[in-house]
Design a protein around this ligand. Structure first.
Ligand code: PLP
Length: 225
């Protein structure tokens, strides 16, 4: 059987995916494909290559895609409002962006016997405009989170400041992880298109790649998708 011909941009997407996948798997790092701006055809093309872990920042889109592709893992990476907690509780494979206890309580209440691996988002640069728990507040926040039903603390997530000190920020994250988990067992979700290499150097277990993968397939450029 001949393979259906892919449009050139989808073929290029698949080439980028294979390159990144080879590079990351050599380091034992998991690639989370951030599909928040990717059209369905691009998601399907990556699934056909073997990608299974995807990240979404909007709860309804996460739900829709989890229902459409139930054999994949759909990770929540964006800010969450309490009234959308049910989408995450029902459909997310992991919640990376947990930084508010009330919201975590709302998610926990909707879990209904499920368990949900959760990462605490850390505001590693102490930037007041960014989301995340302050490093000093991490132990108390982790303790409160661990008391919630169904919520399983799995690791930490961060976005590095884009000020040239990415590596330093990622290394601080690793130190926080080692302190909190008493070693390297906690997952570190860190590194995006611009800084994933520094994150891998610092010990990331999962990198979150959007634009470097999907490139010109961004739905914001291609309104007819
Ligand atoms: C959008 C997003 C990413 C991916 O960013 P790129 O720079 O496109 O790779 C990663 N993490 C979070 C939390 C995001 O919102």
């Amino acid at each position: 059987m001949t393979k259906p011909m892919l449009p050139e941009s989808l073929a290029a997407l698949c080439r980028r995916w294979h390159q990144l996948q080879d590079e990351l798997s050599a380091d034992g790092v998991t690639m989370l494909a951030i599909s928040k701006y990717a059209p369905d055809v691009a998601v399907q093309a990556l699934i056909d290559q073997g990608q299974r872990c995807f990240g979404e920042s909007r709860p309804q889109q996460l739900r829709d895609r989890a229902l459409c592709w139930p054999d994949c893992q759909w990770h929540m990476i964006g800010p969450l409002q309490k009234n959308k907690a049910k989408y995450i509780a029902r459909h997310a494979a992991m919640w990376h962006s947990c930084d508010d206890l009330d919201t975590a309580v709302a998610v926990s209440r909707q879990l209904d016997g499920r368990t949900l691996p959760v990462l605490i988002q850390v505001n590693i640069a102490g930037n007041p405009d960014q989301h995340g728990v302050a490093p000093e507040a991490l132990p108390a926040f982790a303790g409160a989170l661990s008391a919630l039903d169904g919520v399983v603390l799995h690791g930490l997530m961060a976005m590095a400041p884009q000020d040239g000190n990415e590596l330093q920020a990622f290394q601080s994250m690793r130190n926080l992880r080692d302190e909190l988990f008493g070693g390297s067992v906690g997952l570190l979700s860190m590194g995006m298109s611009n800084d994933y290499r520094a994150a891998v150097t610092a010990g990331a277990g999962m990198v979150r790649l959007g634009s470097i993968l999907f490139g010109d397939l961004d739905i914001r450029n291609n309104k007819d998708n």
